[in-house]
Design a protein around this ligand. Structure first.
Ligand code: MIG
Length: 652
């Protein structure tokens, strides 16, 4: 049962697609403090809080302050409150009670979950306007399922997007891309996608190709396609200000860019230098920007990633001028401690400056609205621009799309990647912990940068991360400029990487079937143990996951470990894979076990009464043969597993 309560006069977000009538009475569970603009709830000792999507810290969110305020922050450390996403749905549950809460409001929202006081949960927001949905149900999974039903079906990518992808900021030329394809081929590691980061563009202009380094682009796309590789270009939110650039000129002429109070287009700077931001919240501007993807679709491209859409801002022209003016005051002065730090803060305030979000406006649903009031909807609507356009421009075939910034509702138009993580062991754990949380909020096609984006990776970390990555729908190795190269063929253990990636392909029938079932039935793909097992121990497991109906994962995420402790809530069959056709099997009893897992091994636990289908991996997705499947069973018959098959590309 879902009840909707409206506080004040909220700005609609289009995240809920089902009509829910207003409920009578006051919001259950919470007490409202209008003055403090907050809702609060006394937490019981055993209450656990799961959800909130892509945030820092563990699966059970109790014990920290999370702030939905989409931010371009590449340091996802524990002390942070905000990342790129606002996914304001969570579930509270203990042995005695369970309910879901969705706080639907497009501005900043704070979730103080046992931070100020251990036993208190407080939700607060600046303008006290929101739709609050309270979801009651029989179990956590039932609550999540009901919530997912009202927000609409999750985005379904083409099947080839379940292949392995290699990325780098940036492959600078077509020849560099060819080299990556060649090296993967030589190493015998299947590869389905190579990502193009910002340098494929001409001076970072969206929907252009730098012909000097990517000549005859459509032919190049075709050449790669013949090798089984899809090129996936990045699209940035900012449109370069440049005379003669059609996207810029049309946008100015039609008035589709966001404007300041005085009606002038906001001037900000990102990769291309000075840019205007399209007003993705304006229906017409959104349709216009969406149609631009056609430029690349027409050249054979069938997948994209949308970046910098929080939006990230290096500086706005106005703030930069303010800074320059103020710097004058410091010139020639003897900076004492106080003025030195003030000076330092001033200069450091230039990028992603919160005040800049108050300088411009959107035309949203017939109203002029200041950006900060709808900040968390920006990336969502950029991706919606693309998703809506793809329905018109590619009515038959699915197009790959995922975004950095998000809000619930965007899950209908694309997936997400989890942003600029680092090559840190702690971020492998964070990747594991974020998977179920984003699933709760409707995001199913997701994954983090395997091996870590920032900082230098190490071979052992890359092995362990790839060993987990083979299970995530988006399976992409990506790394930043100036960091150690991360392509798998560069490392000593090529045979191990080959076995891992091939195992991914062997798992495709299972992963795709489970993904499709989750999407079509509003279920989760990754679940914390306690969503299915009611024992006290399961409730505390933060580093194991159920994936689909048949398996449990226990990834190794610590340096130099030769194995790990694994908790089995019931008897299961351990499958210790070295390759899809080289593994040991052992039935293990419920309880705690230390399980060996060397660097070349991947642990999969098949649940009792379940079946894991395995294909024979060939060279890439085009070659995965769904008819030649073997089954690993734990107290079950192979026929009991329901494979989902379709052509993998038609829209559903
Ligand atoms: O400011 O396009 O998260 O994946 O490689 C950095 C360059 C901009 C951030 C993205 C990252 C991408 C990078 N971008």
């Amino acid at each position: 049962m879902i009840r909707k309560f409206t506080i004040g006069n909220p700005i609609p977000t289009d995240s809920v697609v089902k009509e829910i009538p207003a409920a009578e009475g006051s919001i259950p569970y919470f007490s409202i403090n209008d003055e403090g603009k907050e809702l609060s709830l006394a937490l019981e000792k055993n209450d656990k809080i799961f959800g909130l999507g892509e945030t820092v810290r563990g699966m059970n969110k109790r014990g920290w302050l999370y702030i939905s305020n989409n931010s371009d922050d590449p340091n996802h450390t524990e002390n942070k409150n905000s990342l790129y996403a606002s996914q304001n749905f969570f579930v509270v549950f203990s042995g005695d009670r369970q309910f879901g809460v969705y706080v639907d409001t497009p501005g900043k929202v704070s979730f103080d979950i046992g931070y100020t006081k251990l036993d208190k949960l407080t939700v607060s927001f600046e303008d006290f306007d929101a739709d609050i949905y309270i979801v009651d149900g029989e179990s956590v999974l039932d609550i999540v399922g009901q919530f997912r039903q009202i927000i609409g079906r999750s985005y379904i990518p083409p099947k080839w997007a379940f292949g392995f992808g290699q990325s780098r900021w940036s492959y600078m030329t077509a020849d560099e891309v060819r080299e990556v394809a060649d090296k993967y081929q030589e190493a015998g590691i299947p590869l389905d996608m190579i990502y193009l980061d910002i340098d494929y563009m001409e001076r970072y202009k969206d929907f252009t190709i730098d012909e000097s380094v990517f000549p005859k682009f459509p032919e190049f796309v075709e050449e790669m396609r013949k090798r089984g590789i899809h090129l996936v270009p990045i699209i940035d939110a900012g449109v370069k200000i440049e005379e003669g650039y059609d996207v810029y000129e049309e946008g100015v002429e039609k008035g589709y860019f966001v404007k300041k109070e005085n009606g002038e287009n906001l001037v900000a700077a990102v990769w291309p230098g000075k840019v205007h931001f399209p007003d993705f919240l304006n229906d017409e501007a959104r349709a216009w920007f969406g149609n631009k993807y056609k430029v690349l679709l027409d050249q054979g491209i069938d997948g994209f990633w949308n970046d910098m859409n929080e939006p990230a801002i290096f500086y706005t022209q106005d703030h930069l001028e303010e800074v320059f003016d103020q710097i004058e005051d410091y010139k020639g002065k003897n900076l004492d401690v106080k003025s030195f730090f003030a000076f330092k803060d001033l200069v450091g305030s230039i990028d992603n400056y919160p005040e800049d979000y108050r300088r411009f406006y959107h035309e949203y649903k017939g109203r002029k609205i200041r950006h900060d009031k709808v900040h968390n909807l920006f990336g969502y609507n950029m991706t919606r621009a693309a998703g809506e356009a793809f329905e018109r421009l590619s009515p038959d075939k699915r197009i790959l799309m995922f975004s950095r910034s998000s809000y619930i509702g965007m899950h209908r138009y694309g997936g997400i990647w989890h942003g600029d993580n680092h090559s840190w062991w702690s971020h492998l754990l964070l990747n594991i912990q974020q998977m179920p949380a984003v699933n709760m909020c409707g995001f199913l096609y997701t994954g983090a940068d395997i091996g870590g984006f920032g900082s230098d990776t190490t071979e052992d970390l890359l092995l362990r991360w790839t060993a987990f990555g083979i299970f995530t729908p988006l399976f992409r190795n990506h790394s930043a400029m100036y960091t150690r190269r991360q392509e798998l063929y560069l490392y000593e253990n090529v045979p191990v990487f080959r076995n891992f990636v091939r195992l991914r392909y062997a798992l495709i029938p299972y992963l795709y079937s489970e993904f499709m079932k989750a999407a079509l039935n509003d279920r989760m793909l990754f679940k914390p143990l306690c969503f299915e097992y009611n024992d006290d121990r399961s409730a505390c497991v933060e580093d194991q996951l159920l994936l689909g109906e048949s398996i449990m994962l226990a990834p190794v995420y610590t340096q130099n470990a030769e194995g790990r402790y694994v908790y089995l809530p019931e008897d299961m069959k351990l499958v210790r894979f070295r390759a899809f056709d080289d593994y040991d099997e052992e039935v293990m009893s419920a309880g705690d076990h230390y399980v060996r897992a060397r660097l070349d091994e991947i642990l999969v636990f098949v649940r009792k009464g379940h079946v894991l289908p395995l294909a024979k991996p060939e060279k890439g997705m085009d070659a995965v043969d769904a008819s030649d499947i073997s089954f690993i069973c734990c107290d079950a018959e192979p026929e009991s597993y329901e494979l989902y098959t379709d052509d993998g590309e038609s829209r559903i």
